[in-house]
Design a protein around this ligand. Structure first.
Ligand SMILES: [Zn+2]
Ligand SMILES: [Zn+2]
Length: 703
């Protein structure tokens, strides 16, 4: 490297200029041949790294794609430009997210980073003094957004793609001019020389066409596509680009075959120009800019409109075609176009606004198996309860989104086969008594989007539960609560129960150690859960709490959205519902005739004892304590004195003397409803609210 000298001057690369264009510009500016410039820069010749000393076209292609350390060092040394500035001229810098390599390590010509070389915008060349743009070299770029036109492909003079051949080594480059060698030219130095800046006929690109290209740019630079059908479930750039390429190919082929395709806002002149060029179609890939632009915009329109995509794909996909390089969204659309209707939940998709923070965020708030409290309300007859629970969660995910069943299940990490869940979600709509099930599901989806529930199920799903409840701990618990510890099957059931509390997952996803072997085992575990003694349940909740603490998770063990969210209206065919849907826990149902769950919480918080609440509502104390615990209320020790001492006579007298509920409640430090309830129990006739205040007001006025 010692013999390399800093060049007398340098030309700064333009933004978006490819390396070869800059090398030409440098050579032209110094008045030397391309070969001399490459040697002077140390890319080739005696000062170059060993394998580059003999120049070949392959070398130039490699530098254009990526500058390794050796050539990069030499360029920095000879030009004083920064590494970033130099590397920015290579193709890998921008499109790294979608770059694919063949098995031999070469750049795959199928991927969007692969260059097409020759495309150009004459107006841009004119503006830049003949300097090219890096973005023109990408296969997916076919339009100039600045000049709103389709790029030109061929030199108007020689009819070949400019730059299809590399810059000749032994000539001084002429920026902006075609360096192709004319056919049958006697002198190898003879060049076409046509000025590519001359206008030869503009092909207009519409706003919609340019939007298609912009979306692809955004997808590649962000590494992920979020537009159209990818909105709810963004997909990685390679999948999105492959989808678009496939759809474009189908659309272009149909157009070329003269089939009736809705061309959207594509100008008819542009369409005509593209179709004139169909003779250039090779390997069924759009080769010309106009066809590529056409394909890109048709594909872009299609992924934004499911009906359009359906029409485009329908009948145009060979039964043998495989879509393993494509997004789930396209797979679903293909399945649909082949006659498999996967979207019977269409109305729930429209019943709910799209999740404002995305479907992933909703999935974070939702267990793969809907909460047991909700499952009890949303029971689907003659269906395996676990499958039904998965179906309800799936339906919640689908509400207001464009997710397919596969995607929804994937987001919830559910292992269940799509078709089984799909058949079950269909029952949510079709089963007669369950007709209204979609409405509570829609409300639940809206609630989850709006609220911030205390449990992050995405995190819960990712935990390793293999260490849950070692046998020795279970033995100790069994001894403490004085129950038979049972054999291995019992321990497995207990672990499975803890697992479903904590993870919200389907039993099949439990660790190998206690994964159920049969449906009967799952049923047993469920029955066990329903028959837990209060004491044992507390012990198990403690185990679960410690498990979470060990993972530094500060969340309640269990939680579920209040059932009021669903706004189940008990007056609507209540009798029918009760007849067909016997309540799960009669005691709770009885409790609800006295207190709603939130009233119960208020009462308890205001200091009333479990015993009193139990006698008021006519259910056992354990029912009350369980409901409270599930609501996340820390129970007071049973022996603690009641926090509010209510002197019955005194509040009766106070109230009858005209003190308001509010004043009495404030004095006692409890809620107004507590006072009101107390008074009702004492057979005191309650005044209409605000009555006393009004009296006082009248007194004031009369005075
Ligand atoms: Zn332009
Ligand atoms: Zn030419």
């Amino acid at each position: 490297m010692t013999e390399l000298r800093r060049l007398p001057f340098r030309v700064r690369p333009m933004p978006d200029e490819p390396l070869d264009s800059w090398l030409e510009t440098m050579a032209a500016a110094h008045g030397v041949t391309f070969g001399q410039m490459i040697v002077a820069l140390g890319l080739s010749g005696p000062a170059a790294v060993e394998q580059d000393q003999h120049y070949s076209v392959g070398r130039l292609n490699r530098w254009s794609f990526h500058l390794d350390e050796g050539p990069l060092e030499r360029l920095i040394h000879t030009t004083g430009l920064s590494a970033d500035c130099l590397q920015a001229m290579t193709r890998s810098a921008f499109a790294s997210t979608v770059t694919k390599y063949t098995l031999k390590g070469r750049l795959s010509i199928q991927c969007p980073t692969a260059g097409t070389q020759g495309r150009f915008c004459p107006e841009c060349l004119l503006d830049s003094g003949g300097r090219w743009r890096l973005s023109w070299t990408y296969a997916f770029v076919s339009m100039c957004p600045r000049h709103r036109r389709v790029l030109s492909d061929i030199c108007p003079s020689c009819g070949e793609a400019p730059r299809a051949r590399p810059q000749p080594m032994y000539l001084v480059p002429r920026p902006g001019c075609c360096h192709n060698r004319p056919h049958r030219a006697a002198d190898p130095r003879q060049r076409c020389g046509a000025d590519l800046r001359d206008e030869t006929g503009r092909v207009e690109a519409s706003t919609g066409m340019l939007a298609a290209q912009r979306a692809q740019f955004a997808t590649i630079s962000q590494g992920v596509g979020r537009f159209g059908m990818y909105r709810d479930n963004p997909q990685t750039a390679p999948l999105v680009m492959e989808d678009l390429r496939t759809i474009a190919r189908i659309a272009v082929r149909a157009l070329v075959n003269g089939e009736d395709i809705d061309a959207g806002d594509i100008p008819s002149a542009t369409l005509g120009k593209a179709l004139d060029e169909d003779g250039i179609l090779r390997k069924e890939r759009p080769r010309t800019s106009a066809l590529a632009a056409l394909g890109a915009s048709l594909a872009f329109q299609a992924v934004q409109d499911p009906d359009r995509l359906f029409k485009l794909l329908h009948g145009r996909i060979p039964p043998s075609a495989v879509f393993d390089q494509h997004s789930l969204q396209l797979k679903v659309s293909v399945a649909r176009s082949r006659g498999l209707n996967m979207r019977h939940l269409t109305h729930i998709q429209h019943l709910v606004p799209p999740p404002p923070s995305g479907a992933k965020e909703r999935a974070r708030k939702l267990p793969a198996q809907i909460w047991p409290e909700w499952a009890a309300q949303l029971r689907i007859p003659k269906t395996d309860p676990e499958l039904a629970a998965a179906a309800v969660s799936t339906a919640v995910m689908i509400a207001g989104t464009r997710l397919s069943h596969v995607e929804a299940l994937e987001m919830l990490g559910s292992p269940l086969p799509r078709h089984r869940v799909r058949d079950t979600t269909r029952l949510l709509r079709d089963t007669d008594p369950a007709k209204n099930l979609l409405l509570p599901i829609a409300r639940l989806a809206i609630y989850l989007d709006a609220e911030n529930p205390p449990i992050d199920y995405a995190r819960r799903r990712a935990l390793d539960y293999a260490s849950l409840l070692p046998a020795v701990d279970w033995n100790a618990i069994a001894a403490r609560v004085n129950t038979r510890r049972g054999g291995a099957p019992r321990l497995r059931q207990i672990r499975l129960l803890l697992y479903s509390w904590l993870s919200g997952n389907h039993p099949d996803q439990a660790p190998q150690l206690f994964r159920p072997h049969s449906a009967a085992e799952v049923t047993n575990a469920r029955e066990l859960a329903a028959s837990l003694s209060h004491e044992l349940e507390l012990e198990l909740l403690n185990v679960a709490r410690r498990f979470l603490e060990a993972h530094r998770i500060n969340e309640p063990v269990r939680w579920s959205p209040p059932l009021d969210v669903a706004d189940w209206n008990p007056t609507v065919d209540d009798a029918e519902r009760t007849a067909r849907w016997p309540v799960n826990q009669p005691a709770r149902e009885h409790l609800r005739t006295t207190f709603t769950f939130s009233e119960l919480v208020d009462e308890y918080r205001s200091g009333r004892a479990l015993k009193d609440l139990a006698s008021d509502s006519g259910v056992g104390r354990s029912v009350i304590s369980r409901v409270l615990k599930e609501a996340g209320i820390e129970l007071r020790p049973a022996h603690a004195p009641r926090q509010v001492v209510v002197d019955d006579d005194r509040i009766r007298v106070d109230y009858q003397n005209g003190r308001t509920l509010e004043a009495i409640a404030r004095e006692l430090g409890c809620s107004e409803s507590t006072v009101a309830r107390r008074l009702r129990l004492l057979d005191v006739q309650l005044r209409a609210r605000g009555g006393r205040t009004k009296d006082l007001a009248e007194v004031v006025i009369s005075e």
